[in-house]
Design a protein around this ligand. Structure first.
Ligand code: PEP
Ligand code: MN
Length: 340
């Protein structure tokens, strides 16, 4: 249920409504828009209190949200959400942020070198996996906390925010300690305890769509994080599994306009995992921007032939540099900004 406050309502009016919600055993979700404040009251049987709130002098009106996801839906919040990361980086505004770096953090030197390369080319967020969800138990599993320290050092040195994946509830706290964004990967997107843990901490969370989940299920996963009080959620399309085997996954570009209609949350696209073929990553990255991405994830490695994970889809430094200039042109053509 959404409670829309009267225009110009004061903090004390909002507090009165929030207290009433708490008194009934629900959690108030407050969203302050440009002109009006809306308060979400979500939970079983919340609708039975509709009249009790509608009759309050400070309330404009009360409406029900029909969708199964509530806080993630456009019905709850009309304006696009802009997620504030750190170091003045905001995802969801005019600027498109490119998140770049290696698939996995391998050594301190590899992390620091790659971070410098992607920053010089115009990336604004550094990525690197320390806890790696590998299909094979015999493949490189990541450096764990030691890797996160290398990523954190790179971010501090270059004044850039960082992102890395957490695969377990325990890892959420560790990743949040060293990084500015906590990533939940495609394979764990329906691990509901993990989503709740990500929602209980305060760093922004990037949710990668699972390879076999629907847009509705992705939005319900986002709802898990939002429902815990963490409203800094970024959605990520990274390709889904279809009958096609010529590419690693099938990039669902349809998802972008559809999600943007259904939800106010920013959408980042990952063409590296989406197509999984180095030669075509650039072409798909341009398409991602044209279709409305708020950010991109691109894997880059100084020596992809030696990479311990996803070398086949990682761009060489010069390829990344050239691509960023092309992406800037596409961004401008669709009324966005990319390079400073
Ligand atoms: C990644 O970004 O490193 C990754 C493992 O991606 P996904 O969860 O989309 O497979
Ligand atoms: Mn990867």
């Amino acid at each position: 249920m959404i409670i829309t406050m009267k225009q110009g309502s004061k903090p004390k009016d909002i507090a009165v409504v929030a207290e009433k919600i708490k008194g009934l055993g629900y959690k108030p979700h407050i969203s302050k828009g440009k002109d009006v404040t809306i308060i979400g009251m979500i939970g079983d049987y919340a609708e039975k209190y509709k009249d009790a709130f509608e009759s309050m002098e400070v309330v404009e009106h009360v409406s029900e949200i029909q969708k199964p996801y509530k806080l993630a839906s456009r019905d709850f919040k009309k304006e696009n959400t802009i997620v504030k990361v750190s170091r003045n980086v905001e995802i969801g505004g005019k600027k498109i942020h490119v998140i770049a770096g290696p698939c996995a953090i391998e050594t301190k030197e590899q992390m620091v070198t790659t971070a410098k390369i992607v920053k010089d080319a115009g990336a604004t967020i550094i990525r690197g996996g320390a806890y790696k969800p590998r299909s094979s138990p015999y493949a490189f599993q990541g450096l764990g906390e030691k890797g996160l320290k290398y990523l954190n050092e790179s971010g501090s040195k270059l004044h850039m925010p960082t992102i890395s994946e957490a695969m377990t509830v325990e890892q959420v706290e560790i990743v949040a300690k060293y990084c500015d964004i906590v990533q939940i990967g495609a394979r764990n997107i329906q691990n509901y305890d993990l989503l709740k843990a990500a929602g209980k901490q305060t760093k922004p969370v990037l949710l990668k769509r699972g390879m076999a989940i629907t847009i509705k299920e992705l939005l319900l996963s986002a709802e898990y994080v939002l429902s815990q009080g963490n409203y800094s959620v970024i959605l990520c399309e990274r390709g889904i599994r279809t009958f096609e085997t010529a590419t690693r996954f099938t990039m669902d570009l349809n998802a972008v306009p559809v999600i943007k209609k259904l939800s106010h949350l920013p959408v980042v696209l990952d063409p590296s995992h989406g197509i999984g073929i180095r030669e075509h990553v650039g072409t798909m990255a341009k398409a991602c921007i044209a279709v409305g991405a708020d950010g991109l994830i691109i894997e880059v490695h100084p020596q992809p032939e030696l990479a311990l994970s996803d070398g086949h889809q990682s761009l060489l430094p010069d390829q990344f540099k050239a691509l960023m200039k092309d992406l800037d042109l596409v961004a401008k053509a669709v009324g966005r900004e990319l390079l400073d």
